[in-house]
Design a protein around this ligand. Structure first.
Ligand code: ATP
Ligand code: MN
Length: 305
C-alpha cells in the first residue's frame, strides 16, 4: 500500500455541498471538523474496521450504511479483510488524518468502529454498555442509569469505566479489555451486568430486549459486544440536526444539570478541546490499564447469587 498523502492534499469535491440543511454545515465543514479532532480521535480508530453512515445528499437524504471499501478508493486508503460467515468484506481502517478527510469527502458523517482490532478481530479489547433512554427528552434518566452502572462496575467489580454522550439520545460506558476473552465472554458478562442493574433499579433500568416491554425505563443494551458489531466512535459527528458529536466525558460532568445530549456539536467541541488544552483528556487512562472479565465476572456472579 502506498503511503498516505498529507491531509491537505486529499481533494474535496464540492466542498460547499450542504450536508446539514438546518445548520448550513457543508462537506468542507465536515472535513475541517475531522481534521480539527484528528489528534484526539485517531487513537480510538486505529486498527478498527469501520462501518460508515454516509449521506451523499445530506442528512435528510438517503442513509447508506457502508462496510465494504469502494473499488474506486485510492490505493493508499488503509483497509483490512474481515471474515464473514459467507466470505469476507474489506473495510476501511482510519489510521491517519488523510483517511478522515477522504471519508468526509465521501459524506461519511458517522464513523462506527469495531470493538476489536485487526490481527485479533475475534477478541474484543473493549466492552460497551449502551444505555438507551425510552425516548428523546429522557437523557437525565440515561445519566442516572449510567451512574448506577458506574458504581457497580467500579466500586463492586473493580473495573475502570469511561463515559460519553453519543450525540444521540443516550450514553455509552466503555471498559478497556485485555485481548484475552472472546466476544461470548463479554456478552455473558454483559447479560449478568444488565440483569443485576435491572434487578436493583427496577423503575429505572431494564434488560428487556423487546421494546414494548421496556416501558419508561432505560434499556441496558449489551448486544454490541459481538463480532463485527460497532459502537459509535468518540468524536464522531451524528447525522442529527445541530451536528451533535459523541463526546468523551469525565464522570464528574454526568450529574451536571446542564449536560444535554446536544451540548457538544461539530461547531462547539473545538472550544471544549481548547479549554482542556488537549492535555486533560477525560479518557486518557483508557489505553493505560486493561481488564480481563474473568475476575470481574466471578464477582458479578457472587453478587447475583
Ligand atoms: P443513542 O444514544 O441515540 O442510542 P447510539 O449510537 O447508541 O445513539 P443505538 O441505536 O443505540 O445508537 O446503537 C448503538 C450502536 O450500534 C451505534 O453506535 C452503532 O455503532 C450501532 N448501530 C446502531 N444502529 C445500527 C445499524 N442500523 N446498523 C449498524 N450498526 C448500528
Ligand atoms: Mn444507544
Amino acid at each position: 500500500m502506498a503511503g498516505a498523502p498529507a491531509p491537505s492534499q486529499v481533494g474535496l469535491s464540492r466542498p460547499g455541498k450542504v450536508l446539514f440543511p438546518g445548520d448550513g454545515i457543508t462537506k468542507g465543514d465536515l472535513a475541517g471538523y475531522y481534521r480539527q479532532v484528528a489528534a484526539r480521535m485517531l487513537p480510538y480508530l486505529r486498527g478498527r474496521p469501520l462501518a460508515l453512515a454516509r449521506f451523499p445528499d445530506g442528512i435528510t437524504g438517503q442513509r447508506i450504511f457502508q462496510k465494504n471499501v469502494s473499488p474506486h478508493s485510492p490505493d493508499w486508503l488503509p483497509r483490512t479483510e474481515v471474515g464473514k460467515r459467507d466470505g469476507t468484506v474489506c473495510q476501511v481502517i482510519a489510521d491517519n488524518e488523510a483517511t478522515l478527510v477522504y471519508l468526509a469527502n465521501q459524506a461519511c458523517v458517522e464513523l462506527h468502529p469495531f470493538l476489536s482490532r485487526a490481527g485479533r478481530l475475534d477478541r474484543p479489547d473493549q466492552f460497551v454498555l449502551d444505555l438507551d433512554p425510552p425516548g428523546a427528552g429522557h437523557f437525565r434518566q440515561a445519566c442516572q442509569a449510567a451512574l448506577a452502572a458506574r458504581d457497580l462496575l467500579e466500586d463492586e467489580l473493580g473495573l475502570t469505566t469511561y463515559v460519553m454522550t453519543t450525540g444521540g439520545k443516550g450514553v455509552h460506558i466503555r471498559v478497556p479489555l485485555a485481548v484475552s476473552g472472546e466476544f461470548g465472554q463479554a456478552r455473558e458478562f454483559g447479560h449478568a451486568l444488565a440483569a443485576l442493574l435491572a434487578a436493583r433499579h427496577p423503575g429505572l433500568i431494564t434488560a428487556e430486549q423487546r421494546r414494548e416491554r421496556r416501558g419508561d425505563r432505560v434499556y441496558a443494551d449489551i448486544m454490541r459486544n459481538s463480532y463485527a458489531q460497532t459502537a459509535v466512535a468518540p468524536f464522531s459527528v451524528r447525522a442529527r440536526p445541530g451536528a451533535t458529536v459523541a463526546a468523551p466525558l469525565d464522570w464528574s460532568e454526568v450529574p451536571d444539570r446542564g449536560l444535554r445530549p446536544d451540548r457538544f456539536t461539530l461547531r462547539t467541541i473545538g472550544d471544549r478541546l481548547a479549554a482542556t488544552g488537549g492535555g486533560s483528556d477525560p479518557w486518557a487512562g483508557i489505553r493505560r490499564r486493561r481488564y480481563s472479565l474473568g475476575r470481574a465476572g466471578q464477582r458479578l456472579a457472587r453478587l447475583t447469587g
